[in-house]
Design a protein. Structure first.
Length: 214
């Protein structure tokens, strides 16, 4: 092996050339790695408005959900017995639980991002005239149920305290045209937590709530 005019010089020159070649090789690998890294563009985050979100509902949509209400010394329990989804609307069947364990006076509530509406028969009416609670909630907004002669008006949300706890609640006032008024408080995923009329009767308040199993 001759890398120079003499053996010693040649050996030294060979070593220098090998070292230089290794350095050039390492430099080339480093440049290649940087080029590849630069070519990798991290995925852009998905805009938050495109992420799927559960609709904001003001009523439970799971079978077995149970409310215990009280008015003065009177107390009763209501329970969800069935839930059916129709095009994004949950039709929730619930009623009063008797001491024997049967459910009496069952009725249905349509639950959706539009609000709460009582269901009669198989027809679901989500127009404003049939809504008990209208969403999104806008204070001072009114709507009328001409069939029942009731006028609903949204009030400012407020924090309400009942035996079941404290809740951020949406308020709705209901008037029947005969100077009778009733204010209702609705909490997210629970429904009615308080109802108070203008008479001397004690208000209806939620004593406890147990959600059903998903």
């Amino acid at each position: 092996m001759k890398c120079g005019p003499g053996y010693a010089e040649g050996l030294a020159m060979c070593r220098s050339q090998v070292t230089l070649s290794l350095l050039l090789l390492l430099l080339g690998l480093a440049i290649t790695a940087l080029s590849l890294f630069a070519g990798i563009t991290p995925a852009a985050p998905v805009p938050t408005h495109l992420l799927s979100k559960k609709p904001l509902l003001y009523f439970p949509t799971t079978v077995g959900s149970k409310w215990v209400y009280q008015r003065g010394e009177e107390e009763w329990t209501e329970v969800v017995t069935a839930v059916e989804e129709r095009d994004g609307v949950f039709v929730v069947t619930f009623g009063i639980l008797s001491k024997s364990g049967s459910v009496n006076s069952p009725w249905k509530m349509a639950v959706s991002a539009s609000g709460l509406a009582e269901v009669e028969g198989k027809e679901i009416k989500l127009d404003s005239s049939h809504l008990r609670l209208k969403l999104p909630h806008k204070p001072d907004e009114t709507w009328v149920n001409e069939e029942l002669g009731l006028t609903y008006r949204s009030l400012k949300p407020e924090r309400v305290k009942v035996p079941a706890g404290e809740f951020e609640a949406l308020r709705v006032m209901v008037e029947d045209g005969h100077q009778d008024e009733e204010t209702r408080w609705y909490a997210e995923r629970i429904g009615l937590v308080k109802s108070k009329g203008v008479g001397r009767k004690p208000p209806v308040v939620l004593k406890s709530f147990t959600p059903g199993k998903e």
